[in-house]
Ligand binder design. Sequence first.
Ligand code: FAD
Length: 522
Amino acid sequence: MAHTCIHWFRKGLRLHDNPALVAALRDCKEIYPVFVLDPYSPNNVNIGINRWKFLIGALKDLDCSLRKLNSRLFVVRGKTDEVFPKLFQKWKVTRLTYEYDTEPFSLRRDKEVGRLAEEHGVEIIYKVSHTLYNIDRIIEENNGKAPLTYNRLQTLVSSIGPPKRPIPAPTCDDMKDVKTPCSEKHEENYGISTLEKLYQDPESLTEELFPGGEQKALRRLDQHMARKEWVCGFEKPQTSPNSLSPSTTVLSPYMTFGCLSARTFWWSLTDVYQGKKHSQPPVSLHGQLLWREFFYTAGLGIPNFDKMEGNPVCTQVDWDSNFEYLAAWAEARTGFPFIDAIMTQLRQEGWIHHLARHAVACFLTRGDLWISWEEGQKVFEELLLDGDWSLNAGNWQWLSASTFFHQFFRVYSPIAFGKKTDKNGDYIKKYLPHLKKYPAQYIYEPWKAPRSVQEAAGCIVGKDYPRPIVEHEVISKKNIQRMKAAYAKRSPHSSEESPGKKEKGRKHKAPSVVDMLMKKKL
Ligand code: FAD
């Protein structure tokens, strides 16, 4: 039987390495590539304008690529459980394909759509391609539990073997017997939304540094892979949080939306490494992709992973509720130029370096403001182009020393940390231009500048730029004691080691990447 298919794009906004799309084309006479846009779905309500812009770019690019295959993208607005029954009937659909998604919200949504498909006699095919490995398989190999250490994850994936090779994008030849019926009213009925239609104000946008889309992703990947020496020598702790242009790949937004396949990234790196001396996980670029697998596995295997309460591996901490502190942090008004510059970059550009995330996350939580990591997670979710449920929750738990990382006595200084890689404060001057006339001596601590220096710089602390909201030296020591008290109450089950099988023959625990970062950069 020749099928009428819907291929449902959610993440996975690409044609390359898209096994579910390829499965849709098998024995198929008609294909409808669909993206369901539901601005009110729980995982969309908190999205900021930069991320919407990125998504619109990615959808336009996808539509453009589909046109080259004589097909089109159908953007349908509404709730998935209302949209699909209508589409199944209207187009007489017999098969629905999509990429497997491990987030709890997606699993619930897909279960409901699966039920509706069954009711309508629609066959479902889904494939794993958002991650390097089948995350369920990793958990299975670990006796049904998510590994809680990177080493354990590495052991598990080594036993599974290398990730599958990516598959090529469909060609016109693959599409020769497949049609996409389109009416003249396609744009009107199924066109890609604009920011205005999503109630976003384009006037508030700054220059788009990382435009969305598969073509942009592949070009960015190629540009990095051409820098063979850089790729082979890549060590995350050596990269800088405050360089004026990014010191890491900035492929994360493309990975989040699936404009770039993780397996394509992995195997491109393998090709570059071939026959050359190269860095190793956890600090290498392969190592970064394994961190992604690590947090995806945790996100699937640990209940309530995005919360403290009900999350069995998360240290329970008596975080304060302090709306003023939270707002000052989120709006870049803490009075610590390094922190405020990072939060400004995040708000304007939608991306900040990993170590910059370390600095602001530590500052908000256990370092200075003693505010729950869940609050930080929400702000990042709104502002990051790469906002990713599992990665965001996992890294916030790590930085707040709630889960995975337990050296809570190591606190990032909002003054000394940035100086290590940017003595002159050029990064601060770029994002906080009102401080640009400050001499290097005071740029990280403008409140220490004599009045005459503040006047000469044209920026008076307390008037033109805020005073620091806390005294770091004092508060960080107090917070370490509060953290110590929280740790004293921890149950023995929330230990660092994986509850899975014992690792054989491993005598020394390898240092974690955060260990290395902390040792090097504090
Ligand atoms: P590169 O160093 O070039 O790494 C390549 C790829 O590896 C990245 O694109 C990403 O997919 C993956 N990767 C790198 N570091 C990590 C990591 N620590 N954990 C998991 N995957 C990683 N990353 C997100 O993609 N989405 C988030 O919502 C997110 N929230 C974070 C919140 C906090 C508090 C912290 C400390 C980190 C967070 N990260 C998040 C992880 C990391 O900071 C970014 O993935 C990375 O900075 C993206 O830049 P890049 O693409 O240049 O990374």
